[in-house]
Design a protein around this ligand. Sequence first.
Ligand SMILES: [Fe+2]
Length: 283
Amino acid sequence: MISRGLVNTYHNWFDNYIGQFLNKYPELEENIQIKADHCRKVAKEIVGIAQSLMLGEREVLLAETIGLFHDIGRFMQYVKYQTFSDSKSQNHAELGVEVLKEKNILKDLTEDKREIIHKSILNHSKAEIIPDSNEKVIYYSKLVRDADKLDIWRLITEYYMVKEQKSARLSLEQAGPTGGKNKTLELELLDSNSISEKVIQAILNKKVVLKESLKTLNDFKLLQIGWLFDLNFEYSIKRLYEKKYLEKIFKTLPRNEKVFQIQRIVDEYFEQHIKTFTHEGSC
Ligand SMILES: [Fe+2]
């Protein structure tokens, strides 16, 4: 049966697993630490969402486990290929499920719970959730997709802000050969001023931007803004709004009519949902 004690052993296992990578690949420490920190924070975010939905203790613990392990494949992916781009390497969600199976981490859980964890991990990074007759798979997949997005917004806004400050303060020479950039986090995309038409059209229609359409770093930022329309729970929308993550991303984009148009759609979407929150709050 899942318990606090068991989930604590998962956290300990996770810390040891990361420790092994850090020992073996000290030169890759920065990005290993970024991803490890992300996994731990997604575990916290998913607990926040699960609690807002008044789930029971065991359901919250199962959600926490999925959050912690959702990106466990990232470490093997990174040391093997030195990229976080699945298309340039291997699907990191599939790799993660392989790691969990191979190390037999979830041996103390029932087959039913293992299935929910594996399938939620496989679904977390897909453009859309794969249809499944097990409603729990769909539900936990929605939870981890929201939690993952919330923490990626935290991570990238911190990163974009530091990067902007660095480039404002330092000349390229002073900032070093990379100019303060982390090309791996930027998926090695071109940092030019342009935005691809396919990406703009997808967002204007509130559709998921496909990774295949990405050509520039601005396209990637817009893909991340468009995740708003894919959030599943009101709590997540409210949290995103309160943290002002999208406002911060908009500040790093070129100021032109297309970007303003997207900003208006985002504002309207928030307004509609915030009205719902206010209404709920007043009942
Ligand atoms: Fe993630």
